[in-house]
Design a protein around this ligand. Structure first.
Ligand SMILES: *Cc1c(COP(=O)(O)O)cnc(C)c1O
Length: 392
């Protein structure tokens, strides 16, 4: 069966009524025939049929055993960290999502969990940083916002040899492009807010495990901590997943066109996109994923926050907003927005320059998006000339 067919038909028809759309079970509890005798559900925090359908779909899409749905991507990440105990260490990618950094540093370090950040694009760095206390390796690939690529299979081998878990935040690639569990990862997490939902209309998170037992542990945490996804939002994610392949294909096509355009622009210093052969880990990207995604970042020759702010406030189709993965194109200035919670030095060291701009390339015509960037880049260039003239 081809991937698109498999994806579409992983969404079941309702057995009871034949409804082709998954029913929304908007209920808190389920009537029991006798204490403990029920139809598989008792209380809706523990389990809800709409959510369970989504959990099955994502488990199939990621080629895993157990899927678990949460109220946000961060709640999903939080549930994985709750597998750890005081004294354990996490080895994490240095260019990590800002919210994950905040959670690791400001919540979990307080509970005695240490986090070491390394550049995981070189698997040797991971090998060298592992200690006897390392229990979890945390990577994102591609990363946010510099689109660094790490070799999932190579890091999975290191994790296995050292008896620690490998968790991959697969938000940027989505299972349409990359399936980390098939490359040896133990856990995949998603902010389903992004490509899986796909329409910028909800907040949701997902976890998938390769192993049944590990999945059961995280399901226990889901019920014990309670950060579940609602039935309606579960339904919205299911509806988003139905067109995931089509949407991701268009994101990839448009992003490649935009990246190629930016790479030749005289005001642009550097373009970050794993689909460009000039990307340092292009070979790994080709090896482990079916496409390069919809996110493109770039820096300006005029590497100042002012120039970046001028640009992000000059576009018409690219709307200035946090988040990504929707139909409408968005752009943001990570130093001032998504990565504000990371100290400036740490941020710059991880490659997030002051002028770095991240694009979430949507489904408008690529030519319109390129024209939009062209007129905005012209404004930035003009402004910097005017400033230079004024200081002379
Ligand atoms: C957005 C995002 C998250 C957090 O997800 P929320 O749904 O906003 O809680 C985690 N990881 C990555 C890579 C993200 O882009």
């Amino acid at each position: 069966m081809s991937t698109a067919t498999q994806l579409i038909h992983s969404i079941p028809v309702d057995e009871q009524t034949g409804a082709i759309s998954v029913p929304i079970y908007q209920t808190s509890t389920f009537v029991q025939e006798a204490p403990g005798v029920n139809k598989g559900y008792d209380y809706a925090r523990t389990g809800n049929p709409t959510r369970a359908t989504l959990e099955n779909i994502i488990a199939q899409l990621e080629r895993g055993k157990v899927g678990i749905a949460f109220g946000s991507g961060l709640a999903a990440i939080d549930s994985v960290l709750k597998l750890l105990k005081a004294g354990d260490e996490i080895l994490a990618v240095d260019d990590i999502y800002g919210g994950a950094f905040r959670l690791f540093t400001h919540i979990y370090e307080k509970f005695g969990i240490t986090v070491n950040y390394v550049d995981t694009t070189n698997a040797e760095n991971v090998f060298n940083a592992i200690t006897a206390k390392t229990k979890l390796i945390w990577i994102e690939t591609p990363t946010n916002p510099t689109l660094k690529i790490s070799d999932i299979a190579a890091i999975a081998k290191i994790a296995k040899a050292n008896r620690c878990l490998l968790c991959v935040d697969n938000t940027f690639a989505s299972p349409a492009l990359q399936q980390p569990l098939t490359l040896g990862a133990d856990i995949v997490v998603h902010s389903a807010t992004k490509y899986l939902g796909g329409h910028s209309d909800l907040i949701a998170g997902l976890v998938v495990t390769r192993d049944e037992e590990l999945g059961t542990k995280i399901k226990f945490i889901q019920n014990a901590s309670g950060a579940i996804l609602s039935p309606f939002d579960s339904w919205l994610v299911i509806r988003g997943i139905e067109t995931l392949h089509l949407r991701v294909k268009q994101h990839c096509e448009n992003a490649l066109a935009v990246a190629a355009y930016l790479e030749t622009h005289p005001s642009v210093e550097k373009v970050f996109y794993p689909g460009l052969p000039t990307h340092p880990n292009y070979d790994i990207a080709v090896k482990q994923s079916k496409g390069f995604g919809g996110i493109v970042s770039f820096t300006l020759k005029n590497d100042t926050e002012e120039a970046a702010v001028k640009l992000v406030t000059s576009t018409k189709y690219f709307k200035l907003a946090e988040s990504l993965g929707g139909v409408k194109s968005l752009l943001c200035h990570p130093a001032n927005m998504t990565h504000k919670s990371i100290p400036a030095e740490k941020r710059r060291a991880a490659g997030v320059a002051d002028s770095l701009i991240r694009l979430s390339v949507g489904h408008e015509d690529a030519a319109d998006l390129i024209n939009d960037l062209e007129q905005a880049l012209q404004k930035v260039t003009t402004t910097s000339f005017q400033q230079q003239a004024a200081t002379v």
